[in-house]
Design a protein around this ligand. Structure first.
Ligand code: ZN
Length: 258
């Protein structure tokens, strides 16, 4: 991992200097463990809770990002507490983060689908979902938001995608999603459910590349067992960090020229 670390340092040097910043700064990644507190997220047949799983993986990703890539890392929550969806991305915007990564686990609604459906999906923001399943997933993940905030933000997705200042970040979100998905599937041999798009509130308004990873289905009994295994969580976290390294290498020339 020494080569990606060196590239991150070069990137930081090439970043546009603000008026007062003369020393290079380390890139900042905001890692967002889904749900928390009363917002439990999906729950598996054996009782694995999405909020606990997302936090466990997020902590591992954070540690590896610091150790292997020399990145600065900020978690949107470090414990089991509720954080409104809008505050998560607002934190990343306020801190001028370079990347935003939300970690979740998936679930199927019907008994039949719960038995059979497993695998990994990575999402970036779009007003138009990739399909009915993506739309249903975004709806479920968006339930954490309070109804008023939800109504307001639904209309915002279109407007935000029209915002020219966000266009570059949006294109990079797609590239980041592919980099992560590729590494996750290669590391785990989990079914590849692809990079998809959906209107996730937690990604809305991000002024940096932002993606949401669904690391697996807690609703599928075998995958739930895997996801509850610390060694498998280590594998997922390591794959995410490799994906981050790949992504930075891929966008280096464009970012440097900006
Ligand atoms: Zn979730």
């Amino acid at each position: 991992m020494s080569r990606p670390a060196a590239l991150f340092a070069i990137l930081a040097l090439a970043a546009p200097a603000s008026a007062q910043a003369v020393r290079p700064r380390r890139l900042l990644v905001v890692i967002d463990p889904g749900h928390g507190g009363a917002r439990v997220g999906a729950v598996g047949p054996d009782g694995l809770r999405e909020k606990d799983l997302s936090l466990a993986i997020a902590r591992k990703v954070a540690a590896l990002c610091k150790r292997e890539l020399g990145l600065q890392v900020l978690l949107t929550r470090t414990g089991d507490r509720e954080v409104p969806l809008a505050e998560r991305v607002a934190l990343a915007n306020r801190r001028h983060a370079d990347l935003f990564l939300s970690i979740h686990a998936n679930s199927m609604p019907t008994a039949r689908a719960r038995r059979s459906t497993r695998g990994i999906e990575t999402y970036f923001l779009s007003a138009d979902p990739s399909g009915a399943a993506a739309a249903a997933l975004a709806e479920r993940e968006n339930l954490d938001d309070r109804p008023r905030a939800r109504a307001r933000r639904q209309g915002d997705v279109d407007a935000i995608l029209d915002d020219l200042t966000l266009t570059a970040a949006h294109a990079d979100s797609s590239r980041l999603a592919y980099a992560l998905q590729e590494r996750l599937v290669a590391a785990t041999a989990a079914p590849n459910r692809g990079v998809q798009q959906a209107p996730f509130f937690v990604l809305t308004g991000a002024r940096m590349p932002a993606v949401l990873v669904e690391v697996g289905f807690v609703s599928q009994p075998d995958e739930e067992k895997l996801l509850a295994t610390p060694a498998y969580e280590d594998q997922l976290a390591a794959a995410i960090v490799r994906g981050l390294a790949d992504y930075q290498i891929a966008v280096a020339p464009r970012t440097a020229a900006r």
